[in-house]
Design a protein around this ligand. Structure first.
Ligand code: ATP
Ligand code: MG
Length: 230
């Protein structure tokens, strides 16, 4: 079992290949302090998604070690590990049901009031109230009637309810209008507060608001530093 964590994440000389054996990560090392926000940038195929997928233990390492709060992630159950982290993928997951249900998925015990409070915190409330039936509006898997940015706002509210110490976000590349972009940045800032987070960043505003920027290419960290250093 993974005990409650503060969110310290360390990669120590990690190498990794998928089943075909082609080396993908070559000696990746970094150490993230609790509460820090890392933006991960780099060209397509660089290994960005692979790095963040390893934190959730979707695959086994070829060599090296990965620690959370100093605990080797291979020494705890996958279930207890994943309970500590929130993962928000590029195309935010929406299932058939109401907006209320979609947000509550983050914490099934949450009351309606808590769902609404979470939506307010991450700037999702106003657009939801603008839908024909507000929180009772029915949506489906394809997120009908919702834009990519709106789906992402729903996933922010859901993640806030789940309250994980480690947050992983693969930012959407799809074009988002300026107004939603501002909401997303505000909502994201609230969501990130007090959590260790990794964001595969496409938007300049996200990169700007990160503590550290990691530039990955060819399965290696080419540069790692803050804005002044890079
Ligand atoms: P993008 O910006 O396009 O999302 P990325 O930096 O996230 O790219 P990864 O998805 O981590 O890149 O992929 C890194 C390398 O691993 C690529 O060469 C890719 O083809 C390869 N790869 C990814 N997933 C698999 C897989 N399941 N099996 C084999 N190779 C894979
Ligand atoms: Mg990727």
């Amino acid at each position: 079992e993974m005990p409650p964590i503060v969110g310290d994440v360390e990669f120590r000389d990690v190498t990794f290949s998928y089943e075909d054996g082609v080396p993908i990560l070559n000696g990746v090392s970094f150490h993230v302090k609790p509460g820090e926000t890392y933006a991960i940038v780099g060209p397509t195929g660089a290994g960005k998604s692979t790095i963040i997928n390893l934190i959730s233990r979707f695959y086994n390492l070829d060599s090296g070690e990965l620690f959370i709060d100093g605990i080797d992630i291979n020494s705890v159950t996958i279930k207890s590990l994943r309970k500590q982290m929130g993962v928000m993928l590029q195309d935010s997951f929406i299932f058939s049901g109401t907006i209320m249900d979609n947000i509550r998925y983050g914490n099934m015990e949450a009351s309606n009031e808590e769902v609404v409070a979470a939506a307010k915190t991450v700037c999702a409330h106003d657009f939801i109230m603008g839908l024909e039936n507000g929180y009772d509006t029915e949506v489906n898997e394809r997120g009908s009637r919702l834009s990519a940015g709106q789906r992402q706002l729903i996933s922010f509210a859901r993640a806030l309810l789940a309250d994980p110490k480690i947050l992983i976000l693969d930012e959407a590349t799809s074009s988002i209008d300026t107004e939603t972009e501002i909401l997303l940045q505000e909502g994201l800032a609230k969501l990130l507060a007090g959590r260790t987070s990794f964001i595969i960043a496409h938007r300049l505003s996200t990169i700007k608001n990160s503590d550290k920027i990691m530039y990955v290419d060819g399965g290696q960290i080419i540069e790692l530093g803050n804005h002044d250093e890079l």
